[in-house]
Design a protein around this ligand. Sequence first.
Ligand code: ATP
Ligand code: MG
Length: 138
Amino acid sequence: MERTLVLVKPDGVRRQLVGEILSRFERRGFRIVGLKLVQPTREIAERHYAVHQGKAFYESLVSFITSGPVVAIALEGPQAIRLVRQMMGALKPEEAAPGTIRGDFTNDIQTNLVHGSDAPETAAAELAIWFGADELLA
Ligand code: ATP
Ligand code: MG
């Protein structure tokens, strides 16, 4: 069993795709163990995207992710980290397969609707950034 962090980014909330995105993960069988609507502060965005600090797209990324509320979702299930990433689709629009969230709903590399943790260590760290221990189901 694994846990992973998913964010529906501000573009997903603005486009009213929260239900669509959540529904895909629910139908795949993942259990929701944490869920909230949050307006990210610059501080939380910088912690979440620390790995990208210094990259050309970093400032633009932080301003995008703080541009409106996001939905933070903690999902649990077998191979949750990998399966959620597969369901999200690739970063490059030309590589995001139809049937994935990005492949079905975006053609842009930045406003790509979802974030998903990419490894067990990042999942644990990111869950701790977005959720207090008392906000996650046992
Ligand atoms: P993947 O790991 O599958 O490539 P990701 O979502 O984890 O996808 P990252 O490389 O970790 O992508 O980048 C984090 C986020 O930064 C992306 O989801 C996207 O919103 C934004 N981003 C990444 N690369 C670019 C870029 N070249 N230009 C603009 N925004 C970018
Ligand atoms: Mg990433």
